[in-house]
Design a protein around this ligand. Sequence first.
Ligand code: LLP
Length: 413
Amino acid sequence: MATNRIAHYQYGSLYVDGVDLMALSDEIGTPCYVYSQDRAVDNLRSLQKAFPDAEIHYSLKANANLALVRTLVDSGAGLDAVSAGEIYKGLQAGVDPNMIVFAGVGKTEAELKYALDVGVGWINVESGLELARLARLAGQLHKKPRVALRINPDVKADTHQYIATGHAAAKFGISLAEAGELLEKYADSDEVTVEGIHIHIGSQLGTVERTVEAVQTVLPLFDQHSSLRALNIGGGFPVSYTGDDVPEPAAFAAALEPIFANRRLHLMIEPGRYVVADAGLLIVEVQYIKPSPAGVIVVTDGGMTELIRPALYGATHDVMTLHDPASAEYTNSQVVGPVCESADVLRNDVTLPTLQPGDRLAVMDTGAYGAVMGSNYNARPRPPEVLVEGDTWRIVRRRETWEDLIALERNIT
Ligand code: LLP
């Protein structure tokens, strides 16, 4: 399926929904992140349609902007949090604590206590030691949390090695054998109710087959332990960054349907990327053009501090000019940032309209794992985040200032 971009040209300029990005960036400067509320909600709706019986927990790690998260919560999403900080942000966004799943491989005692205090809906446990710790804390606090065991199904996801999580050597999850033992051990526990199984084999999954395999691997646990009633199959639904074919959520649902047909399982999913990736873009401004053996190097005011995916995973994001390139000449370009690292690239080897300093570019599909993975490296203030709603927009996180950069430093002399 060709990508269905949030941005389109109108009156010579690039628009997101009804908002002119040239005028927007004139007003607030660059770099800046722009999110389409409508697109994020539409994406959530597509998942709700593909999995009508599933409980959907949006994975905050993809984009935890409060205004954006609030619209998703208002549209029926629960939340998947992987730190106490994410639980806190989720609550600030207005989610019912019972609709939070608390996951993560290294939850500290303080984080578990916080989760118990606020009463999250589920805690996904990743080791026997974590379950013992949780049971002890729950006993002390007189709580009885609902627990899912995250299983490592030893399935190698079809994705980049850094975001594959389901193979035996990965740090994530509990082996099938150990899960069986834990289910026996905690069957009559007064401290925890173990009634779910969780799997997440990776992100940006290239095929549905590995997911089916992972689900089939854990199904025997449901046959052997009648206390189990919920299966959380994680996230991982891919997006098409460069127009390549990727399986739609409906393809995952269709492949799983026959497996679930005769079972009364409460199904849960935790999508992040699919909900927000194509709802966002990053606007940068060209500062300098330098010749290179392959064409030109385009130095912009945004880089790996705003979008680390190309540097970290070799990810490819499309780039569009903010001015309509109709009748432009084209040049082979490498779009880079100002950070002092050769990995600081936004896009390698791309044919772009011939650019001038002052031209602006939109780096596409940066709504997921963009701002959340940003940093202040090189003392670069984080850019603002803007939420577009139809033909209006508002800043939902302001640009950081130089004062922000030093605000937490202490005892300087
Ligand atoms: N559930 C669990 C347990 C996860 O570990 C993740 C992502 C998700 C759900 C959401 O996955 P999604 O639907 O977004 O694929 N920074 C990387 C992606 C890291 C994903 C980590 N876990 C990237 O930019 O590609």
